[in-house]
Design a protein around this ligand. Structure first.
Ligand code: SF4
Length: 70
């Protein structure tokens, strides 16, 4: 069930909102990768294998609401 949800998830970080707090990386480092300046990017290839609950948790805990999950 969880894996099936992950396969359907589209995870994005709005780079215009991201302020580099890194909470997403703390909560789900396999999906939210920080660049050299600390801003988050999404490793799309990791989404399907990741725990959907942790992806949702990262999105919910982003102070800038920069993460969307659909
Ligand atoms: S938690 Fe939000 S603001 Fe912080 S690095 Fe992640 S996407 Fe950017």
């Amino acid at each position: 069930m969880a894996e099936q949800e992950g396969l359907r998830m589209d995870v994005r970080v709005d780079s215009s909102k991201c302020q580099g707090h890194g909470r997403c990386n703390t909560l789900c480092p396999e999906v939210f990768v920080l660049d050299e300046e600390g801003f988050a990017t999404v490793d799309s290839s990791a989404v399907a294998q990741a725990d959907p609950a942790r992806i949702h948790s990262a999105a919910a805990n982003c102070p800038e609401n920069a993460i969307t999950v659909s």
